[in-house]
Design a protein around this ligand. Structure first.
Ligand code: ADP
Ligand code: MG
Length: 248
């Protein structure tokens, strides 16, 4: 097997709140290979977001390690972590987290401002927006876009640095069923094109589109198994057909 894209080894996180301590993660080992499509599940408070934030170098563990393409990044400075994040990680959030006062294109261009190799940036940002189906909406502000379109902008922004991994924390959580299925169809297509994707969801129906499922419970990995991924396109087609029949 080749080197994992990202690994967590004995990953532990304890949050301190005054005199209280909350153990959010308690020794999590996960090895993620290039090209995988992983769904992270588990009840609320089980440590899913904490795990994603550590994987994405947004936060540091209390103990244990994160390795990105074999490099231990656990003890890097904030500036070095930002560089790693920019180079290897694309992040998608439940609430899209777009800048409201700027266009879709500028939102996608934003991560590139931190890079020195500016040339051709605009073209690639445009290409990313085209890839998510928004070439007609590049000059729109977030408030002029639907929830699903805003999430597509966020996905284009996550892709613009050509990251090794896209991490998405409940990306369909703020969307209706049909729009959520459309977003899952897009993630599945991106994965089929070779992108490594790790996505949190609490809906088994959404997790079914991934080919590996991790289940967290009380900060531990309760289960880690390969599954046969369902087709989001077929699921979406069936959903639309059913909706049409009910409408008649
Ligand atoms: P999930 O995403 O599965 O709902 P989280 O990773 O957000 O779970 O939270 C795991 C545990 O850690 C919960 O008990 C939560 O209250 C706690 N927690 C998460 N973030 C913080 C924080 N910044 N400060 C203190 N406790 C936190
Ligand atoms: Mg969460």
């Amino acid at each position: 097997m080749s080197l994992p894209v990202i690994e967590s080894l004995g990953l532990t996180k304890t949050y301190r709140m005054g005199s209280q301590q909350v153990q959010a993660l308690a020794g999590v080992d996960v090895h993620i290979q290039q090209g995988e499509f992983i769904a992270v599940m588990g009840p609320s408070g089980s440590g899913k977001s904490t795990f994603m934030n550590m994987l994405g170098c947004l936060d540091s563990p209390s103990s244990g390690e994160i390795r990105i393409q074999g490099e231990n990044v656990t003890h890097l400075s904030a500036a070095e972590l930002a560089r790693i994040r920019n180079r290897y990680i694309g992040f998608v959030f439940q609430q899209f987290n777009l800048l409201p006062r700027t266009t879709a294109l500028d939102n996608v261009l934003l991560p590139l401002l931190y890079r020195k190799d500016h040339d051709g940036n605009q073209d690639f940002a445009t290409e990313c927006l085209r890839r998510v189906g928004l070439e007609q909406r590049m000059d729109h502000h977030p408030s002029q876009l639907s929830g699903g379109q805003q999430q597509r902008v966020a996905i284009a922004r996550a892709l613009v640095n050509q990251p090794a991994v896209v991490l998405a924390d409940e990306p369909t959580g703020a969307l209706d069923t049909e729009t959520g299925l459309e977003i899952m169809q897009l993630f599945q297509q991106l994965n089929q094109e070779g992108k490594t994707i790790v996505l949190v969801t609490h809906e088994p129906e959404v997790a079914a589109f991934a080919s590996r499922q991790l289940i967290f419970r009380d900060g531990r990995l309760q289960s880690d198994k390969q599954v046969k991924a369902e087709s989001a396109s077929e699921h979406l087609a069936r959903y639309r057909e059913q909706k049409q029949q009910e409408g008649l």
